[in-house]
Write a protein that binds this ligand. Sequence first.
Ligand SMILES: [Zn+2]
Length: 469
Amino acid sequence: MNNKRKNNNIKQKRKTTTVKRKKRRLRKGRVLLVLLLFIFIIVTIKFISYLIYNHNIYNTITNNKTNIAKINIKKDKLKLSNKNINYINKNLDKIKIKNDDTIITILGKNVKNNMNLDFTIYNKKIKNKNFNNSKSLYIENNSTLKKSINLKIKLPGYLRRNNIVDIYGVDNKEQIKIIKKSVNIKDKYVTFNLSKKYSKYFITYVKVTDIKIDSDIEVLKKEELNFKIKYEPTASTIKEVTYDNLGDNFVMRNDNLVAKKIGKFKITLKVKNSNIKKNVNIIVKENNPKIEKKDGLTYVNGILIVNKTYSLPKDYDPGSLKKETVNAYNKMKEAAKKDNINLFIASGYRSYETQDELYNYYVKIDGKKKADTYSARPGFSEHQTGYAMDLNIVDSSFEGTPEAIWIANNSYKYGFIIRYPKGKESITGYKYEPWHVRYLGKELAKKVYDSNLTLEEYLNIESKYSSSD
Ligand SMILES: [Zn+2]
């Protein structure tokens, strides 16, 4: 009996331990389940909030509401009026904003503690005919900074797409002014100066919506084609075209087309970064100069020409610079003065005799062959016409000076051309002379300037001595 009881007791004990074990296992399972549920709930909440968050961002962009940051910096205390800012470092070097599309970084080097930095960034469509409703990053500047600061802003995707943006400022008189044109944003960031001067800023890419161009153009063979293109809107960020259907009828020179063959051609202009195309009919005509001789003088298309092919008689002597040359020069000198450029005539009219002495002097020094590259033989000098002159410094050190650059860029506006351009020695017969200008009258000078040709090329004439003596 005792033994039986003992056995029963042992059995009972065993049972209890198994139940206990089972219960423990069950508890463990429940904890794990709760934990999993907890994780699931957190993930779900995170996911939902992510969805809501993104939705909110979307709303902000489309509704033009305040997007992100208002920052006040006062005596070491940083007060942020927007929750979206999630990172600020101690030195105020960087302030990042949560929304990845509009991360702002403030370079704090110029920020002094007692100054108030307060600006708001919006993603906004600009209502301005120049911008044609372009989408821009719009910054309202309410800062009371004494000094301007550099703002580094990571741009939203729609601005990054084209790799280039323009930055505009709006001043107190509500005038829109360009601050930086065609800023390359390859690194997604743009840096610009936030100053008191402008209460608003636009960082924008303005797409070309249309171009206007003559559909028929007539040019002479070898002449550069000048496409006068009007871009719309005028504030377009990229104003550039490429050409199609050129065949071997045209070649490129200095980003311009030059007509190579006589005939009628149709080419296509494509606007860069857009789908806009325009066809242009081009008629290329032979350049047949009309050469006339009158009292020993040579006129090509009505223009008195003196070069190594066409000379002047010994007795041709206007006595001084022609009246129209002097008048045009005086206007040019006055205009140059306004640009802080001082022009003076180093050598104007030269008679046959003067040129004779000069040329023979150079031959004595350098020999005939070398002298012929920079000095005209008597009767072959343009200075004898009264239409040519040397300005300021008559030596190669003049090249690249502000005066030489001004003459090259502006003299055509007053009727002059640089007669012996760089790299055209074999055509003009003379080495580069940045100081030597020839009066042609405003209209023709502009045409020659625009053509990028020498006068010889423009008129299709030669400049070569008929004999070596
Ligand atoms: Zn000269």
